[in-house]
Design a protein around this ligand. Structure first.
Ligand SMILES: [Zn+2]
Length: 237
């Protein structure tokens, strides 16, 4: 009899825990809690940001913008403007997409270059880029919309678990994007109105220059690093 009670008790507990795991109400409550915390995080961050500013801070932004750079970066959450410009407001015309591509956001980039007339177009990839890795390994479970956005990523090899190959593919992709932009904006570059620069934001320290460094790898098609370092626009000495 005691054995039977124990079995019934175990069965009951299993059913209760099973129900708890599956209950839509409980899942919903937990998801709602998570969302509430995320919204609170964003609203508090915005509050902190606004409180730090002087009362006339936004006056400069009300009547238009004059950014200094059109910047194309990957959408990756590990790469953000504060790593590239301490005060990005008004400076950076940001265009972001998976794999920092030119063709998939052609209109946005063109607006920055030809309407806002930024003298620099920066194209920045980053270490361990998931879009580059996907373009290498071609996983079968991706949606058609994502496949279309991987179309113009140029990679080397297919071993997305090999860090050297991923690093080379990130570089290859940045160089390919710079090359696409050089073709499109050939006139602006030739006339000296635009400089197109490719870089890699290196949070993995793949380049042994320290975690989080921006490494310049391409200036108007020049990819020889010692030549780039001699260029007056790069060399501040
Ligand atoms: Zn990426």
């Amino acid at each position: 009899m005691q054995k039977l009670s124990l079995v019934v008790l175990i069965m009951f507990m299993f059913n209760v825990s099973h129900l708890m795991a599956e209950s839509p109400a409980l899942v919903d409550k937990s998801e709602r809690y998570q969302v509430r915390e995320i919204v609170r995080h964003v609203m508090e961050s915005n509050d902190e940001f606004v409180k730090k500013l002087s009362s006339n801070y936004f006056t400069q932004h009300i009547h238009g913008q004059k950014p200094i750079v059109t910047m194309v970066t990957c959408s990756d959450s590990r790469l953000h403007t504060h790593a590239l410009d301490m005060h990005p407001d008004g400076d950076l015309f940001m265009v972001r997409n998976i794999g920092n591509q030119v063709s998939t956001t052609e209109g946005s980039i063109e607006y920055g270059v030809r309407h806002l007339h930024t003298p620099v177009l920066f194209i920045i990839g980053h270490s361990s880029c998931g879009a580059v890795e996907a373009a290498m390994s071609k996983p079968a479970n991706l949606e058609p919309s994502i496949w279309r956005e991987l179309d113009t990523i140029k990679v080397i090899g297919d071993k997305s678990d090999d860090h050297v190959q991923v690093k080379e593919s990130v570089e290859s992709n940045v160089n390919h994007q710079v090359s696409t932009a050089l073709t499109k904006y050939a006139k602006e570059v030739k006339e000296g109105r635009l400089t197109i620069i490719g870089g890699v934001y290196d949070f993995r320290n793949d380049y042994s220059q320290g975690n989080g460094r921006l490494v310049l790898i391409n200036v108007n098609g020049e990819t020889n690093l010692s030549e780039i370092h001699k260029m007056p626009i790069v060399n501040s000495k």
